[in-house]
Design a protein around this ligand. Structure first.
Ligand code: 5AD
Ligand code: FES
Length: 351
């Protein structure tokens, strides 16, 4: 086996065996990493040209009933300063986002029972009433089939639910009381209902091996999500994993490029977490096949409270500053931000 041949095979066939993927992860050199990123960039350009889609991220609640070992807003973190945006605050964020050119809003929050289906439906309908052409992405964790369906029928277009890790053992060690199968079921339900579903995982979790990462690649190749969110694990000091090592830029970028080669049309964000571990992390993610950025649109006074991990960027910047900043960053690397809904190109859903 030879890493370059495996990259060439991925470039041509958009698949490789698990053994080849593992060999690549175990042996890839710096020069081969550059080659991998170049190949991924070619595939991304064939599908999305040099366009980078923007999503305005609204972090609307940091209350969470779950207790994920890595996450700063886990329920046992007594140091988390909890907040919920009001209906009006959410709508204000959306209106501001629309003015700034964001035609997709990602409503992200912890698993917060305060936001019942009724409340979510009210929010979704009001956003769609004001901005009928814009897209709504939800990221609220695990809910019932009926709940997902009602929110979809109210007008939500997409749903992000990272699978977090495709290793059952690792998943269960990080998520006390949660079930690996139920999360998979949620993802299946979202797709079946008609959402553009987003899966995704963290890179560099404590005890995560290259074989585990091959499982992540195989899962995304098989599940074919419309979107895939990949970021490095970053320790948060008030969590059980606060003293562990975080994931690296290099490894995360390799995973992004591999996912682009496996799923040529996937919407692939260069995440805030990637930008937080390296000043040019997001740019490097885009160069390796990424085609989405999600600048923050939350009100500045709550930004630092949505602290999933330490050292998060953009916590002090106004939405308008992030908007301009992102555009400049992308331009300097030869990409253009695209002002539009930015659907997956193979998604033909009329709503
Ligand atoms: N480091 C990196 N990513 C994290 N997330 C949560 N906590 C952390 C952390 N400590 C990610 C999870 C989740 C997404 C919203 O943020 O993958 O799905
Ligand atoms: Fe927020 Fe650059 S994207 S300051």
């Amino acid at each position: 086996m030879n890493v370059k041949n495996i990259i060439d095979k991925l470039f041509k066939e958009h698949d490789a065996t698990d053994e080849e993927l593992l060999y690549l992860l175990d042996n890839i050199t710096f020069t081969e990493q550059e080659y991998l990123s170049e190949k991924a960039d070619i595939i991304r350009r064939e599908n999305y040209d040099n366009k980078v889609y923007m999503r305005g991220l609204i972090e609307f609640t940091n209350f969470c009933k779950r207790d994920c070992a890595y996450c700063g807003i886990r329920r046992s973190n007594k140091n988390a300063d909890r907040y919920r945006l009001t209906f009006d605050q959410i709508i204000e964020c959306v209106d501001l986002g629309d003015k700034l050119g964001y035609k997709t809003y990602v409503l992200q929050g912890g698993e917060d029972d305060y936001f019942t289906d009724e409340k979510m439906i009210e929010i979704i309908k009001e956003i769609k009433r004001r901005h009928p052409k814009n897209a709504i992405t939800l990221s609220l964790g695990e809910r019932s089939y009926e709940s997902y369906k009602k929110m979809y029928e109210a007008g939500a277009d997409r749903y992000l639910l990272r699978h977090e890790t495709a290793s059952k053992e690792l998943y269960e060690s990080l998520h006390p009381g949660a079930s690996f199968e139920e999360r998979r079921e949620c993802l299946k339900n979202l797709k079946e209902i008609g959402y553009q579903a987003g899966a995704g995982f963290m890179v560099g979790l404590p005890n995560q091996t290259n074989s585990d990462l091959v499982k992540d690649l195989r899962f995304v190749k098989t599940f074919k999500p419309a979107m895939c969110g990949i970021g490095p694990f970053i320790p948060q000091k008030d969590t059980p994993l606060g003293n562990e090592k975080g994931g690296t830029l290099q490894k995360t970028v390799i995973m992004l490029a591999l996912v682009r080669l496996l799923l040529p049309d996937v919407l692939l964000p260069a995440t805030t977490a990637l930008g937080s571990i390296d000043p040019l992390g997001r740019e490097k993610g885009i160069k390796a096949g990424g085609n989405v950025v999600m600048p923050n649109l939350s009100p500045t006074d709550v930004r630092d409270k949505y602290a999933l991990y330490d050292g998060k960027i953009c916590t002090g910047d106004e939405a308008a500053e992030c908007r301009m900043c992102i555009e400049g960053r992308m331009r300097r690397f030869g990409y253009e931000v695209e002002v539009g809904r930015g659907d997956n190109i193979n998604w033909s859903k009329e709503k």
